[in-house]
Design a binder for this molecule. Sequence first.
Ligand SMILES: Cc1cc2nc3c(=O)[nH]c(=O)nc-3n(C[C@H](O)[C@H](O)[C@H](O)COP(=O)(O)O)c2cc1C
Length: 326
Amino acid sequence: MPELIFHRRLSVAPMMDWTDRHCRYFLRLLSPDVLLYTEMVTAAALIHGDADRLLEFRAEEHPVALQLGGSDPALLAGAAKLGGQAGYNEINLNIGCPSPRVQAGSFGACLMADPQLVADCVRAMAEAVDIPITVKTRIGIDDHDSYEFLRDFVATVADAGCSVFVIHARKALLSGLSPKENRQAPPLIYERAYRIKQEFPHLAIVVNGGIDSTDKVGVHLEKLDGVMIGRHAYHHPFWLCEVQRQVYPETDYTAPDRESVLRQMHGYLQECAEQGVRPHVVIRHMMGLYTGEAGGKRWRRFLSEQVQDPAAGGDMLLRSLAVFAL
Ligand SMILES: Cc1cc2nc3c(=O)[nH]c(=O)nc-3n(C[C@H](O)[C@H](O)[C@H](O)COP(=O)(O)O)c2cc1C
């Protein structure tokens, strides 16, 4: 596998409830090189819970990064070790999530206020594994929103052994906004990420937030090491084929057609069914496959009905192709 530095040019963001293993399997069929992130898993859940189930993924998903949440260096080190043993290519620490539940556990975005603790976490994790430890952060929190605040945070954490920062280019407001509003309301300031790259040219800087066109991807990649895409990739998965072509021009890539992807997902669904996975759990991530295509709405309606019908049978993906012949 080529170096992660190559794959990092393009990544799909960690998204709770969205980027589970089924979603990642599906996205991998569209882009062979994008770096995929798991949903956030808390270090405590891995250490005290069913780690095998939480870490399960298929070889086809590589390259794949495990995102951890936590603020206890020893727990995070233990969790990173489990991730490394499970075969993940990178461990990422979530310093960007503003949800009240995450704050109550004292991790996520509120940790930006304690760079020394983040540094301790990163150091402990880096000592535990030999894969990269990376950090996903905001540009600030609440009133700590100056460039200097971000710069000092990055400098402190980099010193502890993190050489890759994913910067969601808006600050987080820790009270008064829901997580969803926190992904929309604070303005995007990409210049902050550009300035960090200028000041720390030896660090890999990946920018995230509001990237939804190949033009925007191109602009950021002129200045930075990578772009991370969240919602747009989930809702318009086929767009990843276009971005794959744009970002990795040196690869021998032919975009699949939608039908062949759907047929491969049919095979995957059969395998999942043998393990007791319900069709809905897989198919819900595919709903964007025909977005913008003639018949796309009919196709989505057909599958939405099928996944709720206990008598529908496991071949619903193949049967869904018939809606395009109507
Ligand atoms: C449904 C959903 C769940 C998310 N869960 C996580 C998460 O687990 N960890 C994290 O670091 N960010 C999480 N995020 C934030 C995204 O990773 C990303 O930073 C944000 O959506 C901005 O990028 P975008 O504009 O490309 O979507 C989540 C976003 C969404 C929409």
